[in-house]
Design a binder for this molecule. Sequence first.
Ligand SMILES: [Cu+2]
Length: 314
Amino acid sequence: MHDLLGLPIDASSHGHTIDEMIVIIHWLMLVLFVGWGGFFTYSLIRFRRAKSPKADYVGVKSHTSSYIEVAVALFEGVLLVGFAIPVWSNVWLSYPDENDALVVHVVAEQFAWNIHYPGKDGVFGRRDISLVTSDNPLGLDRDDPDAKDDITTINNMHIPVGKPILVYLTSKDVIHSFALPLLRVKQDAIPGQAIPIAFTATMTLDEIRDQLKKKYSLADGHLPENLSTLVASTDYNAGDGTPILAKGELLNEDAIAKLREAGISSIEASQDTPVEIACAQLCGLGHYRMRGTLVLNTPEQFEAWLEDEAAYLE
Ligand SMILES: [Cu+2]
């Protein structure tokens, strides 16, 4: 069922519980669809005009349909109380301690995601709406000693895998929705509120690509489907060692011609899954371009990135 629904790969520690919910709900919907559809078709035939020229003023006496209704309502109640609410409370209400987590502030605006890290001191600097300019979309007060080392980015969120992330989410203008599809995270961003969301990523982009790795034939007259969205899983070189395609590089027809020339008849590649921050709330005309990149790094890579950003600040 999981594959049938086309759910994207799950790169978070809680994602499977959300997926299980989605699968159970779809099974229920399938049963209801077939059941009610069958009943509808039966009724159309059974009570067709030729068979019932005169209306029956008494109607149905059996209570079967009421029992079915009650059973469906009970099942939905069990889904809600037994499954959905526990998942909700496990995932969203058990926040990690701020000392154990990476705390990030995310401020949505039309049409971008502003990401704010506290920097080395672990303390977020003061933000003031009167300081907001196009160069300082967060209104960060760089004169505040706590703000000196703060790191801010636009549409580019870096997080380490394996560490709890605690996001405080808000919005500068309208209601947006912070969605990380691969991490099964989705939460509305509401102006005037700082809404906490906690999650832990389990896979880096490289690991995600490894999971999606497949063999693609390059035999003559045969081009892989979705050619332009495939990335190589390893390095490919010509016989004399000239690099043709590096790991992580997008495939193209030119590279394929060179690979064939080098006698390579199949390659390992994966779909280039975008690991993105999407806005899941129609928030205005530019909603479609409110997309950010989520960079899933190893803790070491993440630390290195923080260092780079800190050096850039100085
Ligand atoms: Cu939006």
